[in-house]
Design a protein around this ligand. Structure first.
Ligand code: SF4
Length: 492
């Protein structure tokens, strides 16, 4: 998963892009980059790590220009190396590109390009898209590209490229520096735009606009290309559109709660997930003295869960904002201390109490056992776990890092995957019982798919919960993606 910010203005854009990127830093911490357009030059810098560390004033100084894009990356295809860091630049015809999401047929694109003697510098899935678009554009006209040229080249590129992504680009169109943002035909990955004076912005989350004082104008439509120029109204072109299927996992876990998606804050979404989860938990006949969120994502859901049932919601864990990653630590003991460094419990909130711990999701199940060891050490009377999403039964090929079925914990507690559409309530409750027994807790409750439907009415992607993929991925592409993750996932 990644984040991007693109700005076009009558003033220099590198510094505001760096600020905007810090607002979407939660979407990727492995690498970051900013490239700008300055007349006939495209200066850029990329680095490993956080935006605040990479983009010092010395790094930003050479990045002159009134149009540019920035990117933060957590790889879901390719590595977290500098070679795979975005944005990418193509000399002919002079275009910058970055994306958020997954290009699912990246190997097909790579082979197609190599048959034409076009070779790539990285394993990042956006590079073959950039090369494909550049070929399409150059085939239309060698220079002085028009809006019609770019629109036609984008349309042809989208006919070849498959996946769930929002692209952001900068190039000269009709002789003017132009920021172009394109959302995939199903609108699986998010993309918003806004304005401030002459400046126009496109970003993966609205919090980047808030941080820079831009007015949010709205979301890009699925399959839409938006052309933004300083001081002008946007030009919107519909390239392709299929059923709108925004990813529900964005609101469950990934996006910041203060972001606005589809006209609603993620915070509001999480409140409704928590309220619905509370009703389902109560129907099981349990009672509790405390609701405790696992910070930070599940806080709004925990507040709503407590309000719904009249149970006080308390901070039982304090998160250390400065602790590092834990996956590089070898032994079980050191991983446990790393978790404790990251998340320290407040004993008084647990001791002698019946607690319901609220979390956003369980994907691989690695953390929950360690978390439970911490909880039991605080001597609670009863421990219930409630999760504000349904069990993850299917992999995601659309840019969330859970692309292989073997890594998922929930399928291990059911005999056979249910037919498309998710589990029946009865089957889910039986699975929860078996899993809770294994974990040694009083109960485990996931939100049902029916509960998810209530919080996300209408068309959306919830394929990882119910197996209905808006964009079918052929078996051979699934294997290529799985193989890529085995080889390239951080820590692999
Ligand atoms: S499969 Fe799940 S994580 Fe992937 S895009 Fe769909 S809802 Fe989001």
């Amino acid at each position: 998963m990644c984040g991007f910010v693109g700005i076009v203005d009558s003033a220099s854009v590198a510094a505001p892009i760096a600020m905007g990127l810090q607002a979407v830093q939660h979407r990727g911490q492995d690498s970051c980059g900013i490239f700008t357009y300055a007349g006939e030059r495209f200066p850029g810098r990329r680095g490993l790590g956080l935006v605040k560390d990479v983009f010092t004033s010395e790094m930003l100084e050479p990045l002159e220009g009134n149009a540019g894009i920035g990117h933060v990356r957590y790889p879901t295809i390719g590595r977290g190396s500098l070679a795979d860091a975005q944005p990418f630049f193509e000399r002919r015809p002079g275009v910058l590109m970055a994306h958020n999401g997954n290009v699912t047929n990246f190997d097909v694109l790579r082979n197609r390009l190599s048959e034409r003697s076009v070779y790539l510098l990285s394993k990042c899935d956006i590079e073959p898209v950039l090369c494909t678009f550049a070929e399409e554009l150059m085939a239309r006209r060698r220079r002085n590209h028009t809006l019609e040229d770019v629109t036609a080249a984008l349309r042809d590129t989208l006919n070849i490229v498959e996946g769930a992504f929002t692209l952001v680009m900068v190039l000269e169109v009709d002789g003017e520096p132009t920021l172009v943002c394109v959302r995939d035909p199903h609108g699986i990955r998010p993309g918003v735009w806004g304005r401030k004076g002459d400046a126009r912005i496109a970003a993966s989350e609205s919090v980047a606009l808030d941080a820079l004082g831009f007015e949010l104008e709205g979301d890009l439509a699925p399959g839409e290309a938006m052309f933004l120029r300083a001081g002008q109204e946007p030009i919107r072109k519909q390239l392709d559109a299929r059923s709108s299927s925004p990813c529900v996992f964005e609101a469950i876990y990934f996006s910041r709660p203060d972001s606005v998606e589809g006209g609603q804050t993620v915070y509001q979404r999480r409140l409704s997930l928590g309220a619905r989860l509370a009703r389902e938990w109560k129907d099981k006949g349990f009672e509790a003295d405390r609701v405790i969120p696992v910070p930070d994502t599940s806080r709004p859901a925990a507040i709503a869960f407590g309000e719904e049932l009249g149970i006080p919601c308390r901070e039982g864990f304090i998160k250390n904002r400065y602790s590092g990653r834990t996956f590089i630590m070898g032994s079980q003991e050191s991983r446990q201390s790393a978790l404790r460094l990251k998340l320290n419990p407040i004993r008084a909130e647990f001791e002698g109490q019946r607690v319901v711990v609220i979390d956003d999701s369980i994907v691989r199940g690695n953390t929950i056992q360690r978390l439970l060891d911490l909880v039991w050490a605080q001597k609670p009377k009863e421990v219930h776990f409630a999760i504000h999403s349904p069990p993850v039964l299917h992999p995601c090929f659309y840019g969330i890092d859970m692309s292989t079925p073997e890594e998922l914990a929930a399928p291990q507690y059911i005999g056979e995957l249910p037919p498309t559409g998710g589990m029946s309530i009865e089957a889910q409750r039986a699975m929860e019982q078996a899993w809770a027994k294994d974990l040694g807790i009083d109960s485990l409750t996931f939100l049902s798919v029916q509960g998810l439907d209530e919080a996300f009415p209408g068309s959306r992607c919830a394929a990882c919960f119910e197996g209905r993929y808006p964009l079918p991925i052929p078996e051979d592409q699934r294997s290529v993606i799985a193989q890529d993750r085995v080889c390239n996932r951080p820590g692999a």
